[in-house]
Write a protein that binds this ligand. Structure first.
Ligand SMILES: [Fe+2]
Length: 266
């Protein structure tokens, strides 16, 4: 390793150091669970291996706002505003996007397993090469002129959503040297009012980057992390066309899907 590289590693941290810190936090959590403490299903907001959040994570309790007054100025949508074709990210341009075509389908549920109907579900993602169309994304991977990477739909009477897209690629980020995010799709569920909006991420089964990623690993509970990972479902796979994944979003209760705070943007 060259001297310049050693200096850079010392400044921003190496994967080995990050992984050791993550391991220590997780062992301490497992010990607390073994001692009878309740599971922690939400991410640690103060999670030092997630270096780029050190100075921007919330340090005070959330401030509750009056839901009625905020609705006078917050975004709103009507069901007629969302077109059926917006759930297919592969048809937004003249040509087909490159990559592995996939369907992701699942239900939005409350803590009792009841469907959450007529909800706006939005997703955004990198292209198959791991590149976002965003000025802050300078990863030297190609943009795809036939892929924007954003879609939305409304859940049906049984809480189902369904998107056609392409599988996103993993991408590097600047948290530490050689930091890579596992392939993921960002999801937002709007709720009945803007103050209820939740944002989360869906991952793909068996990703070797999971243990190395301080965002995924900021959820110290293995079961809670597993709930962010879609299941490959061959019954959702379309012959000669697309692979199928199933992923449910549970909004409340002990099996709730992890949701991220405002400002989480990686
Ligand atoms: Fe991302």
């Amino acid at each position: 390793m060259e001297r310049g590289q050693q200096t850079a590693d010392a400044e921003i941290g190496k994967q080995e150091d990050l992984s050791a810190e993550i391991g220590a936090q997780h062992s301490a959590y497992r010990a607390r669970r073994a001692a009878g403490n309740a599971p922690e299903i939400q991410p640690r907001l103060d999670f030092p291996p997630y270096r780029s959040s050190l100075l921007r994570h919330p340090t005070k309790n959330p401030r509750h706002v009056d839901p009625e007054s905020i609705e006078l100025a917050s975004p709103a949508f009507g069901h007629t505003d969302v077109g059926l074709l917006e759930a297919d990210l592969t048809i937004a341009h003249i040509g087909q996007p490159l990559g592995e075509r996939m369907t992701v389908q699942g239900r939005v549920l409350d803590g009792e397993g009841r469907p959450v109907r007529h909800q706006l579900v939005e997703l955004w993602q990198a292209n198959a090469a791991g590149r976002y169309i965003h000025k802050r994304d300078q990863h030297p991977a190609p943009l795809d002129p036939n892929f924007t990477g954003a879609g939305r739909c409304i859940t049906d009477d049984d809480g189902w959503y369904r998107f056609q897209t392409i599988k996103p690629g993993a991408y590097p980020w600047k948290n530490h040297r050689n930091a890579w995010r596992p392939a993921h799709i960002h999801f937002s569920v709007f709720g009945d009012a803007f103050t209820q909006r939740v944002v989360t991420q869906m991952y793909f089964p068996g990703d070797p980057l999971f243990p190395l990623d301080p965002i995924y690993m900021s959820i110290v509970d293995q079961d809670a992390r597993d709930r962010l990972v879609a299941t490959y479902d061959h019954s959702l796979t379309s012959p000669e066309w697309a692979l199928g994944y199933r992923w449910d979003i549970v909004l409340t209760g002990a099996r709730a899907t992890w949701t991220e705070p405002e400002g989480g943007d990686e």
